[in-house]
Design a protein around this ligand. Sequence first.
Ligand SMILES: NC(=O)c1ccc[n+]([C@@H]2O[C@H](COP(=O)([O-])OP(=O)(O)OC[C@H]3O[C@@H](n4cnc5c(N)ncnc54)[C@H](O)[C@@H]3O)[C@@H](O)[C@H]2O)c1
Ligand SMILES: O=C(O)C[C@H](O)C(=O)O
Ligand SMILES: [Mg+2]
Length: 601
Amino acid sequence: MWNLARVAASVLSRSRRFSTAIPGPCMVHKRGTDILHDPWFNKDTGFPLTERDRLGLRGLLPPRVISFEQQYARFMESFRSLEKNTEGQPNKVVSLAKWRILNRLHDRNETLYYRVLIDNIKDFAPIIYTPTVGLVCQNYSGLFRRPRGMYFSAKDKGEMMSMIYNWPAQQVDMIVLTDGSRILGLGDLGVQGIGIPIGKLDVYVAAAGINPQRILPVMLDVGTNNQKLLEDRLYLGLRQPRLEGEEYLSIVDEFMEAVHARWPKAIFEDFQMKWAFETLERYRKRFCMFNDDIQGTAGVALAGLLGTVRAQGLSLTDFADQKIVVVGAGSAGLGVLKMAVQAAARMAGNNDAFARNKFFLLDKDGLITKERKNLDPAAAPFAKDPGDFMGLREGASLLEVVRKVKPHVLLGLSGVGGVFNEEVLKAMRESDSVKPAIFAMSNPTMNAECTAADAFKHAGENIVFASGSPFENVDLGNGKIGHVNQANNMYLFPGIGLGTLLSGARFITDGMLQQAAECLASYMTDEEIPKGILYPSIDSIRDITAEVGAAVLRAAVEEDLAEGHGEVGPRDLKHMSKEETVEYVTRSMWFPIYSPLVHEK
Ligand SMILES: NC(=O)c1ccc[n+]([C@@H]2O[C@H](COP(=O)([O-])OP(=O)(O)OC[C@H]3O[C@@H](n4cnc5c(N)ncnc54)[C@H](O)[C@@H]3O)[C@@H](O)[C@H]2O)c1
Ligand SMILES: O=C(O)C[C@H](O)C(=O)O
Ligand SMILES: [Mg+2]
């Protein structure tokens, strides 16, 4: 059950900072320029003289040794001057320039890259992740300089088991995989979608402290149906239409078996988008995997929805009475509905039918009812009986639904920018809630269902607002601020991944995901919530991830799924208190500092 007592405990733990122990030595099998060209080991001008001797680097670098702090300051200075020099230029130009400077550092020196990323996560997350990552994917073939991650294509059929051994790392803990068929709200971007696994795994490193030597971004290229890309002479992917049906699944099956054979404990995240539900069902009991668009998004949205109940001064059990209009019946929207209905049903004493009654689902053809032709089986459980709510008919428009339902929450996961137009937002003024909530969760920024400014302007100043991509807070005048929340699955996926990894569980269960959502929901205090602050600041993402990771780990222990990780076995995990589990998760996070390098043949 949703437990407000957690709130107090979680606030206490927020003062705790992650520790930075003195690093142990790191074995390296290379020497000389090979080390300088390897971003995992490269320290640029930071190699101490003794290490330069040991590793055959003397003379390959300018003589002065620069400290890590100085290197950090130098990078930040160049970043700030780039910001200044690009002031006033089009958004796209500025965003790509910022991405390039970070990407160059990523390619050269990962330790420094992840350190600046962690320390400046609020500023840099929008560059390496949403929304700029969308722009990077759209332009990937032109931006391409060097590969990152692995590419498996339909042409590799029969070869994947051996290909997987081409990856240089001995151990991989976390894999993010896409087939590029639905990249944010930008559609099919084919091989260019690799930017998403790269960006998500950067967030895994920054937020969850997954060791960057143990991550693997993967693109599964089965073709693209994007005609523009197929005709683009720079396009780097397979120039063929997407494989479908059994042909498609046989490629994914082969890939899954190949990876599992080498790293049976690796966790997969964010599975194929178009095939999201089918692959989730197909693999979730055989492999340690989850689908972030379905499951991560659901948890983050649910945490926000529960926050809106608290913001209205109601008790959490009142969630069961909230009327929620979900716009978008894809992998994300259906995932949110499923989890929200389960939570509402629990609160209403397991009355599933009662809970469903309060949810309204729309897609591009309007309100989904049981009369819908070719009703998607995944949407069927949420389809309304036509006419049963104030005469709402099959295909009713969003405006009509909002006007009649007067929902407490309007939640968009449609991928369509601007569908919450002025009329729809104005209709939300008639909401039955004292603090109506508007969640424009589609990414990137251009695809958000509305902007933050429009939401406060048209729906009123008393709303609670959340968006998938970041927006600035809105100045409402007279010293009042309209707070903008970022309802993005980045609040949960790092903790789900890290908690699962440390638990050693072989599967990710609904119970583990529910605990993750519940943990995030209880993170905000009773002082913050009435101000419309539903999620913590991204600045505290490591602390949040430690809490979420611990919640996931403890759920795995409770379900008897935990097999332990490294030296810490299942019995140790069982005996850890909640606080000790959070400490353990925090201690397990990799933190970027230069380790002494020792050459080994
Ligand atoms: N904030 C987050 O954490 C988060 C997480 C996952 C997905 N998303 C975003 O959600 C969006 C959708 O993702 P998805 O995987 O569900 O995509 P999808 O393609 O599976 O589903 C899109 C759905 O929107 C519906 N739709 C299209 N046009 C519409 C319109 N004009 N009015 C109403 N509905 C309309 C479609 O019919 C479909 O049901 C994307 O923009 C994605 O970036 C955000
Ligand atoms: O990538 C994001 O920012 C969130 C989500 O996974 C999405 O697909 O939009
Ligand atoms: Mg996604």
